[in-house]
Design a protein around this ligand. Structure first.
Ligand SMILES: Cc1cc2c(cc1C)N(C[C@H](O)[C@H](O)[C@H](O)COP(=O)(O)O)c1[nH]c(=O)[nH]c(=O)c1N2
Length: 267
């Protein structure tokens, strides 16, 4: 990275006195870093705990602007944000969810199906606000820097915006729940989204009575977080993790990951 550029970056100060701030240029202060990691670890997918409380416009503006600052291929910014408050509209979306969810439940069998049916997988009517994040695949014309050999990059960019929104919302005390159990065509029909625009995410958003400490699906026995050390590979897919094949630094990295994940096990 260009050193001059780095040194010109604004210093983020968590400490009250600037003289005490010895944060290296370009790096966040301990407080700022802790805030970001806290948002990451304490973000949850929220379905049941929404409160009716209104989300003030300035808070929503901050969250949407955070989403708009996501990275995007060729700086395409392919997203639009449909803010949905109307109860009749949300009721139609909810009906679309119910029929898609019934079909989804049929994909599982026996106890797994019973457990699936016991899960609440949306907060469409409970949350005061729903947001549909879409992707305009033609926003920057047919040829986009970075998308020439990987056309799906615009969709990935839109997902980056969703993640920014999700994290920013968490710092504001807002819960977000992603509902993907809705036929895409139903979103086109109900929301009048043109066929050339892709609905990427349907989100429920609002203040909550609480946030689960760990993913609700983990707490309810659906699926647990995987050990990260088993997902890290070195220099190629087939690299083995047998200790004889690992360099000291690779072994140290995996050990640090194990220690850290044990520490954060409950997330
Ligand atoms: C693309 C995509 C799509 C969905 C989700 C997420 C993502 C990324 N999730 C939320 C998902 O279940 C949740 O993220 C995981 O269970 C992990 O929990 P936390 O997000 O860490 O709380 C989700 N949850 C839900 O109740 N109904 C849904 O339809 C979906 N769909």
């Amino acid at each position: 990275m260009n050193e001059n550029l780095t040194t010109k970056l604004p210093r983020h100060k968590a400490k009250s006195s600037p003289e005490l701030d010895d944060t290296p240029p370009g790096r966040f202060s301990d407080g700022d870093r802790a805030g970001l990691y806290k948002a990451i670890y304490e973000r949850r997918d929220v379905r049941s705990e929404f409160l009716a409380k209104t989300v003030p416009e300035d808070v929503l503006a901050r969250v949407l602007l955070a989403a708009h600052h996501a990275p995007s291929v060729g700086f395409m910014q392919p997203w639009d944000f449909l803010v949905i408050r109307s109860s009749p509209v949300r009721e139609q979306i909810y009906d679309a969810f119910v029929s898609a969810n019934e079909a989804s439940a049929e994909q599982f069998e026996g106890e797994r199906q019973s457990l699936y049916r016991s899960l609440k997988l949306e907060g469409i009517l409970d949350a005061p606000l729903n947001i549909c994040v879409t992707c305009d695949r033609n926003r920057a014309g047919p040829v986009v820097l970075g998308r020439t050999v990987a056309p799906e990059m615009d969709l990935y960019s839109t997902v980056c915006a969703v993640q920014n929104l999700w994290l920013a919302a968490r710092t504001e005390g807002l819960g977000v729940g992603w509902v993907s159990i809705i036929q895409r065509q139903a979103l086109h029909d109900i929301l009048g989204i043109p066929q050339n625009i892709v609905p990427v995410a349907y989100l429920c958003l609002g203040y909550t009575s609480r946030f689960y400490r760990s993913p609700e699906l983990a707490e309810k026995g659906w699926r647990q977080r995987l050990p990260l050390d088993s997902l890290v590979r070195f220099d190629g897919w087939d690299s083995t993790q047998e200790s004889t094949h690992l360099s000291d630094s690779e072994e140290t990295l995996l050990e640090r990951i194990r220690q850290r994940q044990k520490h954060f096990d409950f997330f």
